[in-house]
Design a protein around this ligand. Sequence first.
Ligand code: SF4
Ligand code: SF4
Length: 389
Amino acid sequence: MNGTIKRRRLGRTDLMVTELSFGAMNLRLLKSYDKARQIVNHVLDRGVNLIDTARAYKGEIAPGVTLESEQVVGEVIRSRPCRPEPLVLVTKGHAYTVPALEQDLAESLKTLGVSGKGTLKIGSQEIRLIYLVHGISQERWETVKASGVLNRLQELKRDGTISHIGFSSHYPFAAQIKEAIDSDVFDVAELPYNVFNRSLGEDGPLDLLSYAHQRDIGLINMKAFNGNGMVPIYQVMREHIPIDYPAMLRFCLSNPSIATVDAGVRVPAEFDTDLEAALTERLTAAEREALKKEADKISGLMKNVCRECLHCLEKFSCPHGIDFPRILSLHSRYKFMSRQGKDTSGLAFQYRKIAPNGGDCVACGACLPWCEYRLNIPELLKEAHQILS
Ligand code: SF4
Ligand code: SF4
């Protein structure tokens, strides 16, 4: 594949980052450390200079074996020949009080293998470390503001423990995102945006992407493909809409407010498809409008659908032992497939093997604050149980 990934300025950090970057969340979905190392090496070989990971991006890949994204990323960076320029590394923590921040950041630095102050290194590789407050929601933002975390982050930046400060958030929290931008503390924001959901961009009451960009905040675009769970669901819908993955990516890249799109690929071939799209011409305004029109025909179907992002399980598990993301994913596939007249018996078969199941949910609501999409999980479980049991 010919061509070099173009770079854009990441806001006030002044870093020039590749407009296609690597989201390392999905490493936890791979079956081995070797495969995880392979994909990180691959994207770096292809010229990516920003990797986006998090303390919480970890998962069990075999009984008793946990894969930590930060560990893999640190190992790969350490193992590679010295780069002529620093690599940009983003990590984030679910830490909303100062003691939690100290602990979380210390764990991230240790797991990644970061050393130094001011000039930060992993092994002999120089890096720029952007530390994000992970997943700002209404409650978390209130805690952050009251707890002194913002002052502490600025001290950590001043003393060189981290290079820059940022935050990530999700669609339901536009008001908190605006407040975070207005706080003038953050250099970077990581936000979801795609052709199917432009509510934080041009379709919102305020175009927050443009608002952040005007304030010189570097924007990392996540969920360019509308979230993990949309991959299997999209395969069902694909025959009905003329929007493929390259078109989704080009749509995001053609938004001038965005500095980089972090593609969460799992295998090298997926990344190469994204890279090919990134190397083609940007969409014209007319092409963008045509894509939006097509996307709007189905975007309503994607509301109230579990994205299988697993963010809810990063710090929470149901006290009644219910694997609700698994049940909700079967439920959403059922809804899409039955609409298309497809055979759904396999989904019911899978559901019947799950115990405890949706019928065991006591609707305590403890899971609700942990869903990034604010799904009504007890209601959806009830519906899933009625349909699939
Ligand atoms: S509402 Fe249901 S799924 Fe959620 S925590 Fe309570 S029992 Fe578990
Ligand atoms: S329940 Fe919500 S947070 Fe959990 S996997 Fe589904 S969409 Fe993601």
